[in-house]
Design a protein around this ligand. Structure first.
Ligand code: NAD
Length: 495
């Protein structure tokens, strides 16, 4: 869907009844879901709804995933989920249901359009019309975290070649089929040279296949700053999971309100539509929440289901309502608004305007699935020639003296096939030739290398055994491979 791109066109054949699963969600979820469904039905949506209970109630019943085992079959047979926001309980022992659904059902692309609605909704950026493509399955959201020592906790950041390729390709395909002029990549590859470096390199490779679309790359910190200050500079943005999560909230908020932005989560065989905001417990039950994010997500979903006519009617009635100055509290202002309304009154106003087109904001013709880019299955790289040239052994040691630790490590591993070459603490080289100023914890990465010789897995096991025999505790190991001669591991900071 392109919010501002096309003239309204209502000449599409009637679509079949669509099967969808609906989860009302927590907090403001039930209020805004009721409003969104009323508007969708009034616009002519033809839906067969299968309700599923997700979130708080399921967590409270003792299911730490937030979803009942039986609900998966309801979701899979519907193929589409329309979801209200759910609350993730604080504290350990609970997993985010949103992340679980996105990953379990392979929803790799999270598409978040954010466009200004000036002069009807206050925004400092009247020209803003940005679509963010957030990679939805990988990165720090792999959810693999460990406490390794008394002092140090770890979260794994995983970025794959196929995962990176398909989100970037999807962003370019979307740009091509929606008449967008530019795709920008945000990464932090000056620091994370392997993971974010892969994302940037893949972006450069794929952008060359789309010469008609401009492409640029921004380090995420300055990119986010520019997005907040001058969003008109951007058109389509593609980025990894965490950065995408953060910048899409920023983009939604500066376009008017976080309550307005929808989100489509797309996979090869399943799709989920929701608002980008959360369950807003601070205003739940008051009837004041803005249902717009979910209404627009509903329009995205109807387009995806082939009900473009209903989708366009819904979105144009929504634009007309906004243009008429009928606003919920989050976007209400004395200057721009005419009437402050609650959730249900806002839905009533949209329903009254079904069939109307906005006069000043551009009307839309919501795209359907047949116009959407084809999502190619991920391309898997040919296996490289791998050579095991060393291992990083992570050691817990409370003496906090790297020279002392190095002496003990070297003495313990004299008979082993790989030799100690470096010790780092939180990534900074502290041996050989560390500086006393460097702060150190009880968590040491000890690099053993074979000087290019191809090691066997048993050589790694011998190293671990040798340390264990001297009461040196290995808490984790990471093999060091070269791939076609290129090191698949980073240097220590200061190495
Ligand atoms: P939030 O988005 O729920 O709320 C942030 C602020 O925006 C609050 O002041 C809230 O009142 C306001 N707001 C949000 N939506 C609004 C709307 N439609 N109308 C008017 N104002 C709105 O973020 P949070 O407070 O950080 O998170 C609350 C809960 O939601 C947490 O449990 C979090 O895990 C969950 N969450 C769920 C989703 C999801 O289901 N996709 C997304 C984000 C957060």
């Amino acid at each position: 869907m392109n919010v501002h791109s096309a003239q309204a066109a209502y000449s599409i054949a009637p679509a079949e009844t669509a099967q969808i699963a609906v989860a009302h969600g927590d907090g403001i979820g039930p209020e805004i879901m009721r409003a969104a469904l009323r508007c969708m039905h009034a616009a002519g949506a033809d839906l067969d709804i299968h309700e599923v209970v997700l979130g708080e109630k399921v967590y409270e019943a003792g299911h730490t995933s937030g979803i009942l085992p039986d609900s998966w079959s309801v979701l899979r047979s519907a193929g589409v989920l329309f979801k209200g926001p759910v609350t993730t309980p604080q504290g350990g022992g609970y997993k985010s249901l949103n992340v679980t659904i996105r990953k379990t059902l392979g929803l790799f692309a999270n598409i978040r359009p954010c466009a200004a609605l000036t002069p009807f909704v206050a925004s400092n950026h009247p020209g803003m019309d940005v679509v963010i493509f957030r990679e939805n399955e990988e990165d720090l959201y792999a959810g693999i975290e460990h406490r390794q020592t008394d002092e140090v906790f770890q979260c794994l950041k995983l970025v794959s070649i196929p995962g990176t390729e398909r989100i970037i390709r999807h962003a370019f395909e979307y740009a091509r089929s929606n008449g967008r002029r530019k795709v920008s990549c945000f990464s932090k590859d000056n620091i994370m040279k392997l993971t974010d470096g892969l994302f940037h390199k893949m972006f450069d490779k794929i952008s060359a296949e789309y010469p008609e679309i401009a492409a640029d790359h921004w380090i995420v910190d300055i990119g986010a700053a520019k997005l907040a200050a001058s969003p008109e500079m951007f058109d389509v943005i593609v980025t990894t999971n965490l950065y995408g999560d953060i910048i899409s909230d920023i983009a939604a908020e500066i376009s008017g309100s976080v309550g307005i932005a929808p989100s489509a989560n797309i996979g090869e065989s399943f799709a989920m539509f929701e608002a980008i905001h959360g369950s807003a417990p601070d205003i739940a039950g008051q009837g004041v929440a803005n249902p717009s994010g979910l209404i627009l997500a509903g329009a995205q979903m109807l387009g995806h289901l082939g009900q473009q006519q209903a989708a366009s009617r819904l979105q144009n009635a929504w634009l007309k309502t906004i243009e008429s100055g009928i606003h919920t509290a989050d976007i209400y202002s004395e200057e721009q608004s005419r009437l402050k309304v609650g959730t249900d009154e806002f839905a009533d106003a949209v329903i009254e305007r079904i069939g109307e087109l906005p006069s000043l904001l551009k009307p839309v013709a919501v795209q359907g699935r047949q116009d959407a880019p084809v999502i190619a299955p991920p391309v898997r790289p040919a296996p490289a020639k791998r050579c095991l040239v060393g291992v990083d052994l992570f050691v817990r040691d409370t003496v906090v003296d790297p020279d002392n630790l190095a002496v003990r490590l070297i003495a313990a591993t004299q008979q082993c096939a790989a030799k100690l070459t470096m010790i780092t603490n939180r990534g900074v080289k502290v041996w050989p030739a560390g500086l006393p100023e460097t702060f150190k914890t009880d968590h040491w990465r000890c690099r053993f290398e074979s000087n290019g010789k191809d090691l066997k897995q048993k050589n790694v096991a011998e190293l671990i055994m040798a340390l264990s025999n001297k009461e040196i505790e290995v808490i984790k190991s990471e093999n060091l491979y070269t791939f076609n001669g290129v090191p698949g591991y980073s240097l220590g900071q200061g190495q």
